[in-house]
Design a protein. Structure first.
Length: 361
């Protein structure tokens, strides 16, 4: 008992000291922090908000109207073949096209309504996780690689890896009722709720963009990034590559930094797809926050790491069929995009905030 109390006291003191040091570091580096904040907010105002508001409001209507549940009912036969409840299949499909933490939130809603056991919600949340075609094809593929074919290839790799894991994971004990889904309907409050939900979500997204910008700044100031660079040098990685990989693993919106590391065409699409499949620590933390106590971080990190490795293998194998002429075109285009800046970060960050769009007050 005494040891437990002491451990709790040490943990409390450690957290308090850490937060105090964080505050001091931000105060000491106030000028740089202000510059990073201004840069990230400018990105939000110029690209993110104008690009995402309409799409987010429309997606909110899709969920709140019951249209997603109606679609799942029509796919009941496929769900039975996969040995899944039809509603879980709907969540899986929606999660692959709507944004990373959407699946976690929808599964937690099912568990709260006793339509799914907590164990099932925890396991399925690890694979109901995807970025979607809006940015994997239209932006990650076309804007960065100059090829929608590469975008579809990366999206297919992400979805296929999730599907394989969905089939291979042990089936948890389910407690899903098979009652009919709610009717599809729109009410007088549907549109105002969609608008307010979109605005709340955009505010949360912008805050996350700023937060991770500040965290990366602090990592530089305390020497953590320098240590990682030296460690990467021991295995033959350049400083620029280490910084790009670290930034992308923490925040997937930093994926464009990989295009300035001189990586080969054979490795870059597969590595990009793997990072997008993993999702980034930012998205992992949002999933944890949305799930409450239902989602176990160890399981999530392990499954997403495996999914990233599977995606890498799949995309690496498929990319071998791309011809040299297209490879040359890809790199000519990607070099220009990397130098002039890409809208991909603003689009990718949609994944980190979308769950707030469908989260009830």
């Amino acid at each position: 008992m005494i040891q437990t109390v002491r451990r709790t006291s040490f943990l409390t003191a450690g957290i308090a000291i850490f937060l105090l040091l964080l505050f001091i570091l931000l105060a000491v580096n106030a000028d740089d922090a202000a510059a990073v904040t201004a840069e990230r907010l400018q990105l939000c105002f110029d690209t993110l908000i104008p690009s995402l508001f309409g799409c987010m409001a429309a997606a909110n209507l899709l969920i709140s109207s019951g249209a997603a549940a109606w679609i799942g009912e029509k796919l009941r036969l496929i769900a039975r073949l996969l040995r899944l409840p039809s509603e879980v299949l709907t969540v899986f499909l929606v999660s692959q096209i709507a944004g990373y933490p959407v699946g976690t939130l929808l599964l937690c809603r099912m568990a709260a309504a006793n339509r799914l056991s907590p164990d099932a919600a925890n396991r399925y949340a690890c694979v109901c996780f995807g970025g979607g075609p809006a940015f994997l094809v239209g932006f990650a593929g076309y804007r960065l690689f100059g090829s929608k074919i590469i975008g579809w290839m990366m999206l297919g790799g992400c979805i296929l890896s999730n599907l394989l894991l969905l089939l291979l994971l042990p089936k948890p004990q389910l407690s899903v009722s098979d009652e009919n889904p709610p009717a599809v309907r729109l009410t007088a409050r549907s549109l105002p709720d969609a608008v307010s939900g979109a605005m709340r979500s955009l505010a949360a997204i912008c805050g996350m963009v700023v937060l991770f910008g500040l965290l990366m700044l602090l990592c530089e100031r305390i020497g953590l990034m320098g240590g990682l660079v030296r460690l990467g040098g021991c295995i033959g990685l350049s400083a620029q590559t280490v910084r790009a990989l670290t930034a992308s693993l923490c925040d997937v919106t930093q994926l464009p930094t990989l295009f300035r590391c001189g990586l080969s065409f054979r490795i870059l699409p597969a590595l990009s797809a793997a990072l997008l499949s993993f999702g980034g620590i930012c998205v992992q933390m949002q999933c944890m926050a949305l799930s409450g106590k239902r989602l176990r971080l160890r399981n999530l990190l392990l499954i997403r790491f495996v999914a990233g490795c599977l995606t890498f293998v799949i995309v690496f194998a498929i990319s071998g069929f791309l011809g040299e002429p297209e490879a040359m075109q890809v790199f000519m285009h990607s070099a220009a995009v990397s130098d002039t800046g890409s809208p991909l970060p603003a689009i990718l960050i949609f994944c980190t905030g979308f769950p707030f769009l469908i989260k009830k007050d």
